[in-house]
Design a protein around this ligand. Structure first.
Ligand SMILES: Cc1ncc(COP(=O)(O)O)c(C=O)c1O
Length: 370
């Protein structure tokens, strides 16, 4: 969709990357690191200043203690962290349970490790967990339950009660949890992000994947990290060492400095600005006759277009791009078990400047209020 958006000069509300820059203080740190001789291989598990800064950050944010030397691994974006976790910890034939819709890389990475994926569907517009359906996905080969909170593309933020039931299930079935928390700092309406590793007895069986791309608006830096108990991290490292070895040293150095210098105000501002963007896009979409699911986290809106368009999601996004010059994502590819769930939905990303969103508003209004 990004390629198509570029070809057609459309406003790209499809792919989830910001159209504004990363914090200038961190960019300056990167220039200093490049000029300051930080240009050779980094420590494969993560540049020491960065793993130390991450360990402190995680303790400050959630009160969770991870040893910077053995319990935090820096990866080439969260995507590589996810792939290395599967490759390091799964054997062919092991099974992983995902919720769908899901970020598209998950089952592909599981397949590369030879693992079998099973899916429990979250249904529009509430995306509540059907625990009976989930329980039916488990069998004696299940090794991992994979969760993502705040969730792309639904905006669901898993509640403490949901996490507690999931934790109970994983302890009873003796499976690991991999949790993708890349949107940990982007929540709305006082929704609280609770890391699965904080729940009683879960730290020992949980690998948490996060990254700098979403929080610091630097998706192109490709810096992610995995935290968890040393034995699990060691297994992930064995894959990571032969995949990317280490992300770029000067960028790790700059991010370490950035994290050390950033205060609580940065995270409050992030929430405030994203709330404005969310409000603007929600009101635009509601005016066009789409039924929206209001996200409580992350930076996407899923909407049902079936009142205004008879075709499927692919035909709708092509119509949208042709007629209004706005690009969005057809989400049926985020579903595997029940692709029909996604066929009446469209996903818009609002990690864009307010003036980009206002331009999109004008274009969409022209199309739907004639
Ligand atoms: C849920 C989720 N996980 C992971 C990623 C990828 O993160 P990274 O760019 O750090 O690889 C994305 C990107 O959109 C995402 O939405």
């Amino acid at each position: 969709m990004t390629r198509l958006a570029n070809e057609r000069g459309a406003i790209n509300l499809a792919q989830g990357f910001p159209d504004f820059d990363a914090p200038s203080e961190i960019l300056e740190e990167a220039v200093s690191a490049l000029r300051g001789g930080q240009n050779q291989y980094a420590r494969s598990m993560g540049h020491l200043p960065l793993v130390r800064a991450l360990s402190e950050k995680i303790e400050q944010d959630y009160g969770l203690l991870f040893d910077p030397h053995s319990e935090i691994l820096v990866t080439g974006g969260a995507t590589e962290g996810i792939a290395s976790a599967f490759l390091g910890l799964l054997n062919p034939g092991d099974e992983v349970i995902f919720f769908e819709p899901h970020y598209d890389s998950y089952p592909v990475c599981a397949a590369i490790a030879g693992a079998v994926s099973r899916f429990c569907t979250l249904r529009f517009p509430d995306f509540t967990i059907d625990f009976d359906e989930l329980e039916n996905c488990f069998n004696e080969r299940t090794r991992v339950l994979f969760i993502n909170t705040p969730h792309n593309p639904t905006g669901k933020v898993f509640t403490e009660a949901e996490l507690a039931r999931l934790a109970e299930l994983c302890i009873r079935r003796d499976v690991l949890v991999f949790t993708d928390e890349v949107y940990e700092h982007i929540t709305y309406d006082h929704a609280e992000h609770i890391p699965m590793a904080k729940l009683p007895d879960m730290r020992e069986r949980t690998l948490t994947i996060s990254g700098a791309g979403k929080t610091f608006s630097m998706t192109g830096w490709r810096i992610g990290w995995v935290s968890g108990p040393a034995a699990l991290i060691e297994a992930v490292q064995r894959a990571h060492q032969y995949i990317t070895f280490a992300p770029a040293t000067p960028l790790q150095e700059a991010l370490a400095r950035g994290i050390e210098n950033i205060d609580a105000g940065f995270f409050r501002d992030l929430q405030r600005v994203y709330t404005q963007r969310r409000e603007l896009l929600l009101s635009v979409l509601e005016q066009t006759g789409l039924k929206v699911a209001v996200p409580r986290g992350a930076y996407y809106i899923l909407a049902d277009f079936s009142d205004i368009w008879e075709g499927d999601d692919r035909s709708f996004v092509h119509h949208l791009i042709d007629q209004s010059g706005v690009a969005a994502i057809p989400p049926s590819s985020f579903y595997t078990a029940e692709p029909t769930e996604g066929k009446r939905l469209v996903r818009f990303a609002f990690c864009k400047r307010l003036d980009t969103l206002k331009k999109a508003e004008k274009r969409l209004k022209k199309l739907y209020t004639q």
